[in-house]
Design a protein around this ligand. Structure first.
Ligand SMILES: [Zn+2]
Length: 112
């Protein structure tokens, strides 16, 4: 897999994790809402417990995807920092450059 394809793949995974995290935050909110509704208005224990359960599951998954997103962002940041010239340390432009445009050092040998 090329560096660019890896970055695109990571970006896609980050977007997915972000969407999942957001989706489960809604589940968390609905769970809390159901629990409060069940406790305060309906005075229904089953409904309240169900709401708490849904909130816990939603919150757990939301947290899980949030952690995953953070981890992927770190990975992406690390990858971005590797697109530096190993010789002069200048950031090389996006794209597959065989040689550093600043000092002419070979960039193809640093892969992986
Ligand atoms: Zn250079």
């Amino acid at each position: 897999m090329s560096e660019e394809a890896k970055i695109a793949y990571l970006r896609e995974k980050i977007a997915h994790a972000r969407g999942q995290s957001r989706g489960f935050s809604v589940v968390l909110f609905l769970g809390i809402f159901s629990a409060v509704l069940g406790y305060v208005w309906l005075e229904n224990l089953t409904f309240t417990i169900l709401g708490v359960f849904v909130a816990l599951v939603g919150g757990g998954f939301s947290l899980y995807f949030d952690v995953q997103k953070t981890r992927l962002l770190e990975e992406l940041g690390k990858m971005a920092s590797t697109s530096k010239c190993p010789k002069c340390g200048k950031q090389t432009p996006q794209g597959n450059f065989a040689f550093c445009p600043f000092c002419g050092a070979n960039l193809t040998s640093k892969q992986e």
